[in-house]
Design a protein around this ligand. Structure first.
Ligand SMILES: CC(C)(COP(=O)(O)OP(=O)(O)OC[C@H]1O[C@@H](n2cnc3c(N)ncnc32)[C@H](O)[C@@H]1OP(=O)(O)O)[C@@H](O)C(=O)NCCC(=O)NCCS
Length: 185
């Protein structure tokens, strides 16, 4: 991240979004497409076009507009830099528990602590929803589970070979969960 000697420190924010206008949809679409083409494990295998990603994004937006899900939008100096979605359960037995999907930081911003900032924001939003646990899955063989372990997630098993990234290349789906403690100081 830029330091004081290189100009002002950028303003990093994560906010909960409950509606997505056309401009933001376009930003999310290019982010998700660029992340996928850079090898990110967010539902696709490269190469993909925006047309490939759009149906999945529109399903995500539908969930957000319905009020069931929440979009956590990461911005740097007000420009979108990444996102994740918090997916709630309709079961009355699971109101304390939720799932996080599509965690991603645009490749031009990766490796600067923004993924950690995004997940901090996700946890803050989750606490606001009354969640005590967050669950997510990671694609085996990518190493990304180490990112989550560094944030306090623990592994609770693997679905063997559940993700087929190509012929003869099946990956485990790693199940991770984190108990949300009290809000950090
Ligand atoms: C995973 C992702 C969100 C991390 O964001 P980021 O901004 O690059 O990560 P940060 O700079 O905040 O890294 C925080 C810590 O996690 C570690 N880390 C980040 N990505 C990692 C990876 N892929 N494997 C192992 N460790 C990783 C960093 O080294 C850093 O460790 P440190 O605190 O000890 O220095 C980002 O790389 C991304 O969008 N990847 C593509 C999409 C994807 O695969 N998402 C996962 C879906 S399950």
């Amino acid at each position: 991240m830029r330091g004081a000697e290189n100009g002002p420190v950028p303003a990093v924010r994560v906010r909960a979004v409950s509606d997505v206008d056309d401009e933001l949809r376009g930003e999310l679409l290019s982010c998700w497409t660029d992340v996928s083409n850079a090898g990110g494990a967010v539902g696709f295998v490269p190469p993909v076009t925006q047309d490939d990603v759009a149906p999945m994004l529109d399903r995500l937006i539908e969930g957000v507009r319905s009020g069931r899900d929440v979009l956590a939008l990461l911005t740097v100096d007000d420009a979108p830099a990444g996102f994740a979605t918090l997916v709630g359960s309709l079961s009355p037995l699971r109101r304390h528990w939720g799932t996080v999907l599509r965690v991603q930081v645009h490749p031009s911003y990766q490796g600067q602590g923004l993924g950690r900032a995004l997940m901090g924001g996700v946890h803050e939003i989750a606490r606001g929803l009354g969640w005590e646990f967050v669950h997510l899955t990671a694609r085996g063989g990518t190493g990304v589970d180490a990112f989550y372990r560094g944030l306090g997630y623990t592994e609770h098993g693997r679905l063997p070979g559940a993700i087929r990234v190509g012929p003869g290349d099946d990956r485990d789906e790693i199940v991770l969960a984190c108990r949300l403690g009290p809000r950090p100081e």
